[in-house]
Ligand binder design. Structure first.
Ligand SMILES: [Mg+2]
Length: 339
């Protein structure tokens, strides 16, 4: 699995001189949806009531379908409105939401199957040695003949850190059970993400039943609404529920999904966009960790002032800055503009 470009859609909402920032990763058409149908709903709404606007935005996309592009758009707007609300109240967003912790554990995520052995080694070593990560994740499943060799490299490079793997739905159920068992017993893998498509609820549940602890099954990055989350949870398809606030409805959506997971006694882990997740995750009760995805880390560090820097395997919000503490660097982003 490889790609050559990532599109970020950055949203600014204003109240007087105060500017709130949000974003999502999706197609550039998301910007058209926000500028069109959603803007009419946003303009004149109360920035101190993000959840009320969230309801109105969902009503506005009813006939487009709530998932996919519409959910990305609402997510970007919702995070921007929460950032704006916190700035209007001159509070860091984590403080406004009621922080339970001062920092969040991250795990390094990349390890693409297209990397050479040397590239894989260098990336994993950097996360463990420089970033202090206590877990790292690599992609598996598209070249099963080479995966044992890649897991072997990872295991050797990361020492005592935990090894996670993500198949992005590439395997069949029986393949996943056999491969998961081998990876756990031979390479000490502890986390198996999307071995099959996250739409295959019975498949995930069957794999989970056949892979005992310490292996944990994880999925949820394609959760777009609370019903998607409830479906995964009620089918006993995961040991840890993932979700992404740039897809699942922003801060408002993420906190609802995390609370729902909590009601099933399932811990929560956040997918990608680490700089934008950080403040909201400080308020999540049963949080496992946050995915430090190399592609999004690169974009956030290039395009935003205030992007977090890891220390000892954790990132923490800058409590001297209001909102989520990020400022979009327009001049640095301009050469990459697509819309
Ligand atoms: Mg994944």
């Amino acid at each position: 699995m490889a790609w050559s470009a990532t599109t970020i859609i950055v949203v600014h909402v204003t109240a007087g001189d105060c500017v709130g920032l949000g974003y999502t990763y999706s197609d550039a058409s998301v910007a058209c949806l926000i500028e069109g149908a959603l803007k009419q709903v946003i303009v004149g709404s109360d920035p101190l009531s993000p959840a009320k606007l969230w309801d109105a935005l969902h009503a506005a996309v009813r006939n487009m379908g709530r998932a996919g592009i519409a959910a990305n758009a609402i997510s970007a707007v919702d995070t921007a409105v929460w950032d704006l609300k916190a700035k209007l109240l001159d509070l860091p967003l984590a403080v406004l939401l009621g922080a339970r912790r001062e920092s969040v554990e991250i795990y390094g995520s990349g390890g693409f199957t297209t990397y050479s052995d040397a590239q894989l080694e260098e990336q994993l070593r950097d996360w463990v040695q420089r970033g202090g990560c206590r877990a790292v994740k690599i992609k598996v499943g598209t070249d099963q003949a080479r995966d044992p060799h890649r897991l072997d490299i990872a295991r050797r490079v990361i020492g005592d850190a935990a090894l996670f793997m993500d198949a992005n739905g590439a395997l069949a159920v029986t393949q996943a059970i056999a491969f998961g068992r081998m990876a756990m017993e031979v390479h000490g893998v502890r986390w198996f993400e999307e071995p099959v498509s996250s739409d295959d609820l019975e498949g995930l549940a069957a794999i989970r039943a056949h892979l005992p602890a310490p292996m944990e099954l994880a999925a949820g990055e394609y959760i777009y609404d609370l019903d998607n989350a409830r479906t995964l949870l009620s089918h006993h398809a995961v040991d840890v529920l993932q979700a992404d606030l740039t897809r699942c409805g922003g801060v408002t959506g993420l906190l609802r999904v995390a609370d729902l997971a909590d009601s099933f006694h399932i811990p929560f882990s956040a997918h990608c966009a680490p700089a934008l997740h950080l403040h909201a995750l400080c308020a999540v009760r049963d949080l496992r960790h946050l995915e430090w995805f190399h592609d999004h880390v690169l974009i956030e560090q290039r395009l935003f002032d205030g992007a977090p820097v890891p220390g000892n395997g954790r990132i923490g919000p800058d409590l001297t800055r209001p909102g989520c503490g990020l400022t979009f660097k327009h001049a640095d982003a301009a050469p990459f503009a697509v819309s």
